[in-house]
Design a binder for this molecule. Structure first.
Ligand code: FE
Length: 258
């Protein structure tokens, strides 16, 4: 299994605070069947400024330690990038970086609103052959009020990553219900842990996949697992067509569910 969003790099953000925290998180990830994680420390969220070279250095350091401790976890570089005005320049300069060598960029939105410039940003990224992956849209209250706004962004080419603990109910009933609705409408392309520690915000990816398998069927589970593999390999994501509420019926046709 591949986890495309976690905060395992030590001392860079609100995730692992020490090297010991990071190795404990790595051990937990392995125990939960994860073979590869993308380390996505916050960038430009107003508090954390982990530019590309810092991330690459930290990934190298952690990989050396995991190798020395014989923890079989592959760690790839990435960032969780807060949407901001000069992102294209920051990308050009290598301060903002995509997930590993792929054309996919993990973007974080403010929790209360959808930035006006997001549509333009998605388009500008596309002109450069890149794709925006919106991190945990289920936690954004503006999407909760207007889910069709997320549909528009997906139709414009954005992809979406849902967080495991959201669908498991740990972020509240409202977010849990919304998470399922987004999955059922094919507005989610990836599931990730967004792990910050080994406790409350640990790796719960396997648990989330089990819940998805039970409720939506194995096809959805395989879809998310395959998409994560394709993402880190820089391949095209073969996404399911988003479903508008009135056309929900087609969901069952698509996967033959009742
Ligand atoms: Fe995160």
């Amino acid at each position: 299994m591949i986890d495309i969003h976690c905060h395992i790099l030590p001392c860079l953000d609100d995730g692992a605070q020490t090297l010991e925290d990071a190795t404990a998180m790595a051990r937990q990830a392995v125990r939960h069947g994860i073979a590869t994680v993308v380390a996505t420390p916050h960038y430009m969220d107003g508090i954390h400024w982990n530019e590309g070279p810092i991330v690459h250095r930290s990934v190298k350091q952690l990989k050396d330690i995991l190798a020395a401790e014989e923890i079989p976890l592959q760690v790839l570089p990435g960032q969780e990038i807060r949407v901001f005005g000069s992102l294209m320049e920051e990308l050009q300069e290598g301060k903002a970086i995509p997930i590993t060598q792929s054309p996919y960029l993990l973007l974080e939105l403010p929790s209360e609103q959808i930035p006006d410039k997001l549509d333009d940003l998605i388009y500008e990224l596309q002109l450069r052959g890149m794709t925006a992956v919106i991190a945990h849209p289920e936690r954004n209250r503006a999407f909760l009020r207007q889910p069709d706004r997320l549909l528009e962004l997906v139709e414009r080419g954005a992809l979406c990553q849902l967080t495991a603990r959201s669908i498991l109910g740990s972020a509240g009933k409202g977010i849990e219900t919304f998470s399922w609705q987004l999955c059922e409408r094919n507005l989610i392309h990836f599931i990730a842990s967004d792990a910050h520690d080994c406790g409350r915000r640990g790796f719960r990816l396997l648990e989330a996949y089990d819940a998805i398998r039970k409720r939506l069927g194995n096809e959805y589970c395989e879809y998310y697992i395959t998409n994560a593999e394709h993402l880190v390999e820089g391949r095209v994501i073969d996404s399911l067509e988003p479903i508008r509420p009135a056309r929900r019926f087609f969901s069952s046709l698509l996967f033959g569910r009742k």
